[in-house]
Design a protein around this ligand. Structure first.
Ligand SMILES: Cc1cc2nc3c(=O)[nH]c(=O)nc-3n(C[C@H](O)[C@H](O)[C@H](O)COP(=O)(O)OP(=O)(O)OC[C@H]3O[C@@H](n4cnc5c(N)ncnc54)[C@H](O)[C@@H]3O)c2cc1C
Length: 400
């Protein structure tokens, strides 16, 4: 074990997002001291809905977090898939209790801020984990064989932290990724997500209950309830040549309604309801590039940011965190080898799901004959058979 004097240095985690906080909890359970550094001055309410499928919930269950999260979660019975052209119902996918019984853990949708808040609260209650905000990680330096230090900027000053390893959980625009030779940059997909949340009492009842996925040429719409059912989360995705490295850019409702001008009137009425829309440029990071180098490892979006067409971005970060911790008990001697073993285990699954989200990006936006064929297959499929297509994803458990 690496020691400086009598003190074992902590593991440093860059990023107090969903993956970083989950990793802090999982690694602390393995006996590590952990320091989480996030560049944000405060962990804000920015963001909207996230899917927590049974695979993610199985990790949160191990960490004892499901009870804390439940009041903030919503569990829709079904996903209704509709045509964004005609408004017709094409198919239903069974979710809710059906998935809970099938996989042993719930299927929830939550506000990202509620999930991050629950993780942060648990982190702050856990001895051995420290969170430092306003701390932007820039480098990992090695002063001698077993003396590593993570460099970060805080309050305009360069600081350093002695550590055993650096885990880069710093999201799609990761700086830690630059410490891994040959790992590429985030790539813009040419698509933008407009997002808004609105109290459910302000929307007609037809938009509540089941989740919705509406498919149209070059655009689609997703909606579901979050915050224990109190708010409706709306995501409208379309092609747009706009790029920005932020989750909080204000969006112009008129521009959104123009992008959705061919959609049914009741959808356009829904889109007109929220006062405030945000928009994000959808980017991905090639998951088949290297994730580790020496004492640095990436997880979550930093390693393999995916388009949200499988709604598995947060779940994959949570899975990564659980598996990283399994490879990294506090007694580990060869940290680089342990990090490589984590990468070997996680990469096939993360890249497979990333590939499915790229495929869905094409399928969701089909038109003409391919779109007609897709809709016909959907109409002929039963809710349970469509749900079963996700068994390999939702049935995953951290213990294997
Ligand atoms: C503010 C915000 C809002 C989001 N809202 C949504 C949403 O509503 N719906 C959705 O599907 N996805 C959202 N995402 C993305 C989603 O959280 C991730 O796709 C997914 O959860 C994977 O999580 P992650 O831990 O890999 O990265 P993230 O959850 O993105 O977390 C990355 C963290 O790293 C921090 N960071 C970045 N660079 C550095 C650095 N150099 N040093 C230290 N810290 C750094 C960031 O401040 C952030 O807290 C959001 C991300 C952020 C940061």
């Amino acid at each position: 074990m690496t020691k400086t004097g009598d003190v074992t240095p902590p593991l440093a985690i860059a990023g107090a997002g969903i993956g970083g906080l989950t990793a802090a909890l999982a690694l602390q359970r393995q006996g590590h001291e952990v320091v989480v550094l996030d560049r944000a001055e405060q962990l804000s309410e920015v963001g909207a809905g996230l899917q927590l499928s049974p695979n993610a919930c199985s990790v949160l269950d191990e960490l004892g977090l499901l009870g804390t999260l439940e009041p903030f979660a919503y569990s829709p019975d079904c996903l209704q898939i509709r045509s964004g052209k005609s408004g017709d119902l094409l198919a239903k996918v069974q979710l809710g209790n059906y998935l809970k019984q099938r996989h042993g853990h719930p299927y929830w949708v939550v506000h990202r801020a509620d999930l991050q808040g629950a993780l942060l609260k648990r982190v702050q209650e856990t001895p051995g984990i420290t969170v430092q905000l306003g701390a932007e990680v820039t480098d990992l330096a090695s002063t001698s064989f077993d003396n590593l230090s993570c460099t970060y900027m805080q309050g305009g000053q360069k600081q350093s932290l002695s550590c055993r390893a650096l885990i880069g959980a710093d999201g799609v625009w990761s700086k830690t990724r630059r410490l891994i030779p040959d790992h590429g940059n985030a790539k813009f997909s040419g698509q933008v997500a407009y997002r808004a949340t609105i109290p459910v009492e302000k929307v007609p009842p037809r938009w509540t209950g089941d989740s919705g996925l509406w498919l149209h040429q070059a655009s689609h719409l997703v909606h579901y309830q979050i915050r224990g059912g109190k708010e409706l989360n709306i995501v409208a995705l379309a092609r747009e040549d706009w790029q920005d490295e932020t989750w909080s850019a204000p969006a112009d409702k008129t521009a959104l309604l123009h992008l959705f001008k061919d959609w049914p009137a009741d959808v356009r009425n829904l889109l007109a309801l929220p006062d405030r829309w945000l928009k994000w440029a959808l980017c991905s990071v090639a998951g088949d590039g290297p994730w580790t180098h020496g004492h640095v490892a990436l997880l979550g979006d930093a390693a393999h940011a995916m388009l949200p067409f499988m709604a598995q971005g947060a779940a994959m970060a949570i899975e990564d965190a659980a598996i990283l911790a399994r490879h990294l008990p506090a007694s580990v001697d060869n940290i680089p080898a342990a990090l490589r073993a984590y990468e070997r285990q996680r990469k096939p699954r993360a890249t497979r799901i990333q590939g499915r989200s790229f495929q869905n990006a094409k399928t969701f936006h089909m038109s003409g004959l391919p779109g007609f064929a897709r809709d016909t297959v959907l109409r002929l499929s039963s809710p349970r058979s469509l749900s079963a297509k996700f068994d390999d994803i939702y049935g995953w458990k951290p213990a294997g």
